[in-house]
Design a protein around this ligand. Structure first.
Ligand code: SF4
Length: 290
C-alpha cells in the first residue's frame, strides 16, 4: 500500500483498510483543524487507487471494511467513485461497508440521486464534520458551510439510504458562546436526524490557526466543567424521533458518554448532572489525545 503523509480516519474505521482516493482536504481552511495543513490538495489518479486495492487484495485474506481517505474523498466525480466501488465489490466480496469523508458542499453538489447510485454500488456511510449548529461558530471557524446547508446535506445522505455520521466539537465556541453553540447544535441534530453523532472536545495543535487566537487572547478556551454544562445543554436540545447513536467517547473527551437517542437521553443527562462541578471526576488533561 502507498500512503502519502499522515493518515486520518474516523474512530469507527480503526480496523478498516484505508485507501487514499484524494490527498489532503479540498477545503483545508477550518481554523481548529491541523490535519492536512501540510498537504496540498489533489485527487489521486484513478489507476493508482485501483492498483492500491489490488495490492491490498494480495496482502490481506479478509477485509471487512474499507475507508476512502483523505479529508473529503466524496469530492471525486460520481463516475470515478463508482469505478472504485465496483472494483471494491469485485476484489473484496466479503467487504461489509465502504466509508468516506464528505463535506456538506460535496453532498449538496451530488444530491440524493447520485448518492443513491453510490449506495447501490456499496457506499455505506458518509462522515461529515459539522462541528456546530451555530452559524456564528461556523463563520468564526471558517467551516465554509451554514447550519442550513449542513442540515440539508445530512438529510440528503440519509434519504439516499446511506448512514450519516456527523461530528461536532465541544468547546468550539470557547468560554463566551457555549450556550448558543450547544443549543443550535441540538437543534441541527434534531432537524437533520443523522444515524450517528460523534462529539469530540476541542484540542488545539500549534499548526491550527485557532492556536494563535488562543495565544493572543482572542479565543478563550472553555473549561472542562464548562464542557460538561455545554454537553448537557446540547443533549437537552436534541429531540430526535428516529434512532441516533450518540457517542462522546473519543480520547479528547473529558467524560465518556454513549447511548442511543432518544431512549438513552435521560440516562446520559443523569450521568452529566452527576459530574457537574466535579473536575475530579473528569479525565485528567494529561490523558486526553486527538
Ligand atoms: S475539519 Fe475537515 S473540512 Fe475542515 S479543514 Fe479539517 S479536514 Fe478539511
Amino acid at each position: 500500500m502507498r500512503y502519502e503523509g499522515n493518515i486520518f480516519r474516523p474512530p469507527s474505521e480503526a480496523y478498516s483498510l484505508i485507501v487514499q482516493a484524494t490527498i489532503g482536504c479540498a477545503h483545508n481552511d477550518c481554523t481548529f483543524c491541523s490535519m492536512f495543513k501540510d498537504k496540498k490538495f489533489r485527487i489521486r489518479k484513478l489507476e493508482e487507487v485501483l492498483e492500491d486495492l489490488a495490492t491490498a487484495r494480495r496482502a490481506y485474506k479478509r477485509i471487512d471494511r474499507i475507508f476512502l481517505a483523505d479529508g473529503d474523498a466524496l469530492v471525486l466525480k460520481e463516475d470515478d467513485l463508482r469505478t472504485i466501488l465496483v472494483k471494491i465489490r469485485e476484489l473484496f466480496p466479503e467487504c461489509e461497508r465502504v466509508g468516506i469523508y464528505g463535506s456538506p458542499q460535496d453532498v449538496l453538489r451530488k444530491g440524493v440521486e447520485s448518492l443513491a447510485r453510490l449506495k447501490d454500488e456499496g457506499l455505506g456511510i458518509v462522515y461529515i464534520g459539522a462541528e456546530s449548529g451555530s452559524d456564528t461558530v461556523l463563520t468564526a471557524i471558517k467551516k465554509g458551510a451554514t447550519a442550513a446547508q449542513i442540515t440539508e446535506a445530512i438529510q440528503i445522505i440519509e434519504s439516499a439510504g446511506i448512514a450519516a455520521s456527523v461530528t461536532f466539537i465541544s468547546g468550539l465556541a470557547g468560554a463566551d458562546g457555549w450556550e448558543d453553540h450547544a443549543t443550535k447544535t441540538g437543534e441541527l441534530i434534531t432537524a437533520a436526524s443523522p444515524s450517528f453523532v460523534g462529539l469530540l472536545t476541542l484540542m488545539v495543535e500549534p499548526m491550527a490557526p485557532i492556536y494563535q487566537e488562543i495565544q493572543d487572547g482572542r479565543f478563550k478556551l472553555l473549561s472542562p466543567l464548562g464542557v460538561v454544562d455545554e454537553t448537557l445543554c446540547l443533549l437537552e436540545n436534541i429531540h430526535v424521533e428516529k434512532s441516533c447513536v450518540f457517542r462522546s467517547n473519543h480520547a479528547s473527551n473529558y467524560l465518556s458518554l454513549r447511548g442511543t437517542l432518544p431512549s438513552d437521553k435521560m440516562r446520559m443527562i443523569t450521568e452529566l448532572k452527576a459530574v457537574q462541578g466535579r473536575r475530579d471526576l473528569l479525565k485528567n488533561e494529561y490523558f486526553r489525545a486527538l
